[in-house]
Design a protein around this ligand. Structure first.
Ligand SMILES: [Fe+2]
Length: 178
């Protein structure tokens, strides 16, 4: 068999792919899904302080994964925090930088953050920044005196979402729970 250099089929037609464990998948897989993010239909913007909001997209309590869009609405900062897990973020709009690094993220760019790193997020863009994140593991937040304040993990993000929904009579969207 030669090495694949292009998709073997580009026909827009469903092919019945053989897979011996389809019945197990049907019984046990949480299933793929689409979470719409252009409107609030699937998930509302939940305030995170005065200048930021979070649109929660997914929670997976088995792996401690949470996904959301962080929107910093204008020039501002998210104070220094320490990661215990791995973060993957894509800049969707605006721009963002960290005081600890020498790069500035712009739309389409990928940001990787690794366990043990602490850093301070700043946006200088007039419209702030929107960041899509697929994140794993707790994030520890510190105040300006380097005093530990709180841990944000999958349970914190879930509670942030559910509390806002309860207070605003928004039904909990089961699609967000993997
Ligand atoms: Fe971070």
């Amino acid at each position: 068999m030669s090495t694949m250099t292009a998709p073997p089929s580009n026909k827009a037609e469903i092919v019945n792919v053989p897979f011996e464990f389809k019945d197990l998948v049907a019984r046990h897989s949480p299933g793929g899904r689409y979470i719409e993010a252009e409107t609030d239909a699937d998930s509302p913007w939940v305030p995170f302080g005065d200048n930021a909001a979070i649109k929660h997209l997914a929670f997976d309590v088995r792996t401690g994964i949470f996904s959301n869009i962080l929107w910093v609405k204008g020039p501002g900062a998210i104070g220094t925090h320490l990661h215990r897990g791995t973060i993957m973020m894509v800049c969707l709009e605006g721009s963002v930088r960290y005081l600890e690094y020498d790069w500035v993220a712009s739309p389409g760019g990928l940001i990787l953050e690794v366990p043990g790193e602490s850093h301070t997020l700043v946006t200088d863009h007039p419209n702030g920044v929107r960041l899509f994140g697929w994140m794993q593991g707790p994030i520890e937040f510190y105040d300006e005196n380097a005093q530990f304040v709180m841990t944000a993990d999958v349970w914190w993000f879930m509670n942030h979402y559910e509390t806002y929904c309860r207070e605003n009579n928004i039904p909990i969207n089961q699609k967000l729970y993997l």
